[in-house]
Design a protein around this ligand. Structure first.
Ligand SMILES: NC(=O)c1ccc[n+]([C@@H]2O[C@H](COP(=O)([O-])OP(=O)(O)OC[C@H]3O[C@@H](n4cnc5c(N)ncnc54)[C@H](O)[C@@H]3O)[C@@H](O)[C@H]2O)c1
Length: 442
């Protein structure tokens, strides 16, 4: 199959590289000339484990190429994937579809022969209908199908998720497109990955339902964590106790500083707006959004409380800034609200993140970025673990204790054991574990 991918960001680039690895002939398109220039030189503009080798290998085999010329790539393609951004629209929180529609127009102008146009971007219900309408308007002569194929990959584990997905959801309105999509995913199909063919609107909604459910699950355990702190229970044991129930499942039950990232915040908000527009409000998700927004800011208050109620003139060291480990993505990361809250209360912030400092530097102001965890804690009044990078799981606590002005450790990811940290002379605060607990079972 000849495939064009429009938008070479996290999703476009990973999808393109994986499709090429399946043996398809893939051209990745982006408007960003610097990005394409870098990719042509084998430089990967994002941090995603394993992506550099995959891109290098498939580019060398001449199955994967990069261009800013959308028309040329689309003309040759049997299938065109739209993988451009769909951020929250300023002001109302609806998904901003301007990039999708602009890409659709350009695709329509360039299409040559029967083409399957697939939205891989996360788009609200009905966007496929709009894409179809725009193409028919621009090119009344065109032969095409519009398909929804939402992407479920997780940053940090994107290649594995793409190649070994729990399921592939494909929303189609005609049989011709079904055959093409089956061919696109043939290697996975042969590997028995479940492919779920649905109507197009169903596929679009499935993506939002999945993200909203996961966001709700995280938010649920975060509220249980708060209650644990109030009543003297241990959230990790509660999570294990409920997670072992197969109906609940143990994933996404790690209490923490609130969800962030490029998907959950904007997708929950967009679902809320869609539901309101259709007079079918989703109160659970409205509440999830509100709780999560408050929580990020509350984490700054938690740090302030751990510092004795006042951080004015103090230096706080943050370890980890990205919304989760193994990515450089800072979009809607809890660290942003935490930094803001600490600075608003007069603290100076020093921070280290293994991969996210460049992206963080574009968002965070007046933060001193340093080159490792030990430099961050030097003379600090408190250290806060914001993101659970592996590099922070086995810190030399004695060295840290000795370097700090006052030994306060706030662990927003519960990666340390209470007894161990206290034994090293720290005052320790974590999430939903007021007394640390026996720590023996988990
Ligand atoms: N990041 C994730 O983990 C993830 C997971 C699943 C789904 N998604 C969804 O996938 C979509 C893309 O997300 P992302 O994180 O890859 O975004 P991104 O911002 O990393 O990449 C989007 C790219 O599209 C390019 N672009 C925009 N308009 C274009 C056009 N007309 N022609 C060519 N290129 C154009 C931009 O320059 C950018 O490089 C979003 O809808 C997102 O919700 C993301």
């Amino acid at each position: 199959m000849r495939i064009a991918i429009i938008g070479s960001g996290y999703v476009g680039l990973v999808s393109g590289a994986c499709f090429a690895d399946f043996g398809h002939d893939v051209e990745c398109v982006d408007l960003d000339e610097r990005k394409i220039e870098a990719l042509r030189k084998g430089e990967i503009p994002i941090y995603e484990p394993g992506l550099d080798e995959l891109v290098e290998h498939n580019a060398r085999e001449k199955r994967l190429s990069f261009t800013t010329e959308l028309a040329g790539a689309v003309k040759k393609a049997d299938v065109v994937f739209i993988a451009v951004g769909t951020p929250s629209r300023r002001g109302d929180g609806h998904a901003d579809l301007s990039y999708v529609i602009a890409a659709t127009r350009s695709i329509a102008e360039a299409m040559d022969g029967y083409t399957v146009v697939v939205t891989k971007s996360t788009v609200p219900v009905g966007t496929g209908d709009e894409v179809e309408r725009v193409i028919a308007e621009v090119r009344p002569d065109a032969q095409f199908s519009v398909v929804s194929n939402p992407e479920f990959l997780r940053e940090g584990a994107a290649i594995d998720d793409f190649k070994r997905p729990d399921r592939i959801v494909v929303g189609i309105e005609d049989e011709r497109a079904r055959d093409v999509m089956r061919e696109v995913y043939r290697p996975l199909y042969l590997n028995q990955a479940p492919i779920l063919f649905t109507e197009r609107r169903t596929a679009e909604l499935t993506k939002y339902a999945a993200n909203a459910f996961l966001a709700m699950k995280i938010t649920f355990i975060n509220e249980i964590a708060d209650l644990c702190e109030a009543v003297g229970a241990n959230v990790q044991d509660v999570a294990r106790g409920i997670g072992l129930d197969n109906r609940i499942g143990s994933k996404f039950l790690n209490a923490g500083p609130g969800y962030g990232g490029s998907c959950f915040p904007k997708d929950t908000l967009a679902l809320v707006k869609t539901a309101q527009d259709h007079n079918s409000p989703m109160r659970l998700i409205e509440t999830t959004v509100a709780i999560n927004d408050n929580r990020k800011r509350a984490m700054a208050r938690k740090v302030i409380a751990a510092c004795g109620g006042d951080v004015r003139g103090k230096t706080i060291a943050l370890l980890g800034l990205t919304f989760k480990p193994n990515t450089d993505d800072m979009r809607d990361a809890p660290a942003i609200a935490i930094v803001q809250g600490l600075q608003d209360n007069g603290a100076a912030v020093r921070a280290y993140d293994p991969e996210g400092m460049e992206a963080a530097g574009r968002i965070l102001e007046n933060v001193t970025f340093v080159s490792d965890a030990y430099e961050a804690v030097d003379n600090a009044d408190a250290v806060v673990i914001v993101t659970e990078w592996n590099a922070f799981r086995a810190l030399d606590l004695t060295r840290i204790r000795n370097a700090m002005r006052s030994p306060v450790l706030v662990d927003l990811r519960n990666i340390y054991r209470h007894d161990e940290v206290v034994r090293h002379g720290f005052r320790y605060a974590s999430i939903g574990r007021p007394h640390g607990g026996p720590e023996s079972n988990s």
